[in-house]
Design a protein around this ligand. Sequence first.
Ligand SMILES: Cc1cc2nc3c(=O)[nH]c(=O)nc-3n(C[C@H](O)[C@H](O)[C@H](O)COP(=O)(O)OP(=O)(O)OC[C@H]3O[C@@H](n4cnc5c(N)ncnc54)[C@H](O)[C@@H]3O)c2cc1C
Length: 359
Amino acid sequence: MTQKILIVGGGIIGASFALHLAEAGADVRLLDAEKTVGGIATPNSWAWINASWGNPPDYFRLRQESMRQWRDLDRRVPGLSVNWCGGLLWDMAEADLLAYAKERNAQGYEVKVVKGDKVRALEPQLAAPPAIAVHVPGEGAVEPVHAVERLLTTARAKGAEVLQGTGVRWLIEKKGRITGVMTEEGDLDADIVVLAAGTASARLLKDVGKELKLDQPPGLLVHTEPAAEMLKGLVMAPELHMRQTPEGRIVAGTDFGGTDPGDNPQGAADELFAKVQASLMGGDTLKLSHYTVGFRPTPPDGVSAIGAVPGLEGLYLCVTHSGITLAPALGAFGAAEILGQGRNPLLQPFAPDRLFATS
Ligand SMILES: Cc1cc2nc3c(=O)[nH]c(=O)nc-3n(C[C@H](O)[C@H](O)[C@H](O)COP(=O)(O)OP(=O)(O)OC[C@H]3O[C@@H](n4cnc5c(N)ncnc54)[C@H](O)[C@@H]3O)c2cc1C
């Protein structure tokens, strides 16, 4: 008999699960509390697809595989349009840059050391180009809300049902098994519930007696008004990560995870925007449009948590930072595990058990 699968959460993670489950022919329904598509953390993400930032080695391999899967998705999801623009990085000391390039190249991740004119050719509008940097040609970015919309539209076309504006009030538990969810409109039963509710996952778990250890650091990003091309790719400078969207907006943070907004987010945004202006030739013509503050669902050890929730049958959890990079692999491997095809070895170190208090 076909299993009924309910996904709670329609950010990038829930959307990837919905697509992969629908592609496998599962009976899948996704519920999201918000009326608008895109998620909560997801729209506020810098959305860098990378394995530059990715140690320990198990985590690096998962990220690298997910980058490969983004390329597959880019081919099979109409209109997804991942921007494979590459990244220029020099936010560490020269010795560390060289060691990083050596380590990643040995792992099959192409990183080129670039100097002088080569740096200027890659990013001609940098006001103070570094003497040495590394270029990572295989990295990219997505416009996160657009990506969620494309994944969900494709999932729908493959049979998934997507209900926006349908919040889950609680998970229904009977004798140690999750049998469905309670929404504002009533209860819905399921054989498997996939919890992909980002930072809200902890609250839903708490109601069924499970304390999930999850941090949610804030990250502020500034977004400029659309401008003519100033950046060709991702730029990871010391204390300033920037990229330009296809629409022409520069999106920047102190690093990819955003700037700490402190108790004066407008002040932090103004300071960050001034840095963006100073870092680019012609930067004085840029106009600040707005800033966003997102909260990153982050397990305390910094790596993903994906798999069955210990002590609760029928509940599958996926919470992660770097969810933009990791969504394809987590959704694909998670769907396969839910459908009884076993656990992909790349997921082995990331079981959620470690995030629950043992009593
Ligand atoms: C500033 C910042 C920069 C970042 N930079 C990067 C980066 O460069 N690269 C990268 O890979 N990652 C980055 N991340 C992390 C990445 O954005 C997140 O890991 C990812 O977006 C998490 O996706 P999600 O689907 O788990 O969560 P969300 O996008 O938060 O989605 C969760 C969904 O669950 C829904 N929901 C919650 N509760 C309920 C309920 N009770 N009922 C129904 N629905 C519910 C919400 O409405 C929401 O739509 C960044 C994040 C931030 C904030």
